[in-house]
Design a protein around this ligand. Structure first.
Ligand code: SF4
Length: 324
């Protein structure tokens, strides 16, 4: 584990990331907070890997490293977890250099050498392809990520990787769920584990339980060499920005809401949605047998909403008044 036994690097930003408002002269608090964050991250990643059986003995895990905070944290945590994992597995970090203008190509190889982790840099000029094919002003992300995915699958095959690890986190999953609901009319998010489009690999998301804010703090604390994600000059995905801002505001007003939404994704009641492919509504028949779980037909849980509670109480009072 990346347990912290001495004060975080002297940089004030790193200290503030871990323990906001802490003076540099209070290293004990910084160490305490950093250890707490480290433990939480390791626990959550270990839990997600275990819950979804993401990694098995003998796996070769290809960690896709873009140079952003999320993929840096993913690699960092997997390196650390591997050292004390109950099963042996290999790691190989892969960066796809898409030849975006200004991409600092020396940064990741130098960092990865320092970390002592096997790595591969794949040079493929998908940037020019996207620029050539996508009309000026249109969003490039869809084609860009499709090309990137194809290259990464090929590289995984060439490296003999059995798992492809991506750095998507809890907030990515919740935001994707909301975007698909709001704009796509689908109840669908990002799975923690799936079979790749070419059918040859298992793609895993070990950060599925991790909050983005924690990754941000960890990245600042560990001082990863971050490569900015704006080099391609693509327009910002407005839907994602809006939904993220909304989620951020909800989280501020009602802490824990994002975690609840993630939990909801893992506790789906098929009979209480409308998908006829998931539940046999047409052939539903009264069984004549009492259900031990019971009381599930009308459970919209409205009574946990304080505004609804008030109106229910008012209604009951009026009924009592009338009877009186
Ligand atoms: S932001 Fe840039 S690099 Fe990322 S998917 Fe979009 S076009 Fe590609």
């Amino acid at each position: 584990m990346n347990a912290v036994t001495e004060p975080a690097p002297a940089a004030a930003a790193a200290i503030q990331a871990i323990a906001p408002g802490t003076a540099r002269s209070d290293p004990r608090k910084v160490v305490f907070e950093a250890n707490k964050l480290s433990k939480r991250l390791h626990r959550q990643v270990g839990q997600a890997i275990g819950d979804y059986n993401m990694i098995e003995a003998g796996d070769k895990v290809m960690v896709c490293l873009s140079g952003g905070k999320d993929s840096h944290a993913l690699l960092d945590l997997l390196i650390s977890l591997r050292e004390r994992a109950p099963v042996p597995f290999e790691l190989v970090a892969v960066n796809l250099d898409q030849k975006q203008p200004g991409f600092p190509e020396h940064v990741l190889p130098e960092y990865l050498q320092r970390r002592g982790v096997p790595f591969h840099i794949e040079n493929q000029d998908t940037y020019s392809v996207v620029k050539r094919l996508v009309p000026e002003g249109a969003t490039m992300c869809s084609l860009c990520s499709r090309l990137r995915r194809g290259v990464l699958y090929r590289v995984a095959r060439e490296l003999g990787a059995t798992r492809i690890a991506l750095g998507h986190h809890r907030d990515d999953m919740v935001v994707t769920l909301l975007i698909n609901m709001f704009f796509g009319g689908r109840l669908k998010s990002m799975p923690p584990k799936l079979v790749s489009d070419d059918g040859r690999h298992i793609v895993i998301r070990p950060l599925a339980y991790v909050a983005e804010a924690d990754l941000q703090r960890w990245a600042e604390h560990r001082q990863f060499p971050i490569i900015p994600c704006t080099l391609c000059g693509s327009q910002t995905d407005l839907q994602r920005v809006q939904v993220k801002a909304m989620l951020h505001e909800w989280e501020r007003q009602y802490p824990g809401r994002s975690d609840n939404m993630l939990r909801a994704m893992a506790h789906v009641t098929r009979s209480h949605l409308l998908d006829r492919n998931l539940y046999p509504f047409e052939s539903l028949k009264a069984t004549g047998v009492a259900d031990a779980a019971g009381d599930k037909a009308f459970d919209d849980d409205a009574c946990t909403d304080p505004t609804r509670l008030e109106s229910v109480a008012l209604h009951l009072k009026r009924a009592a008044d009338l009877e009186g």
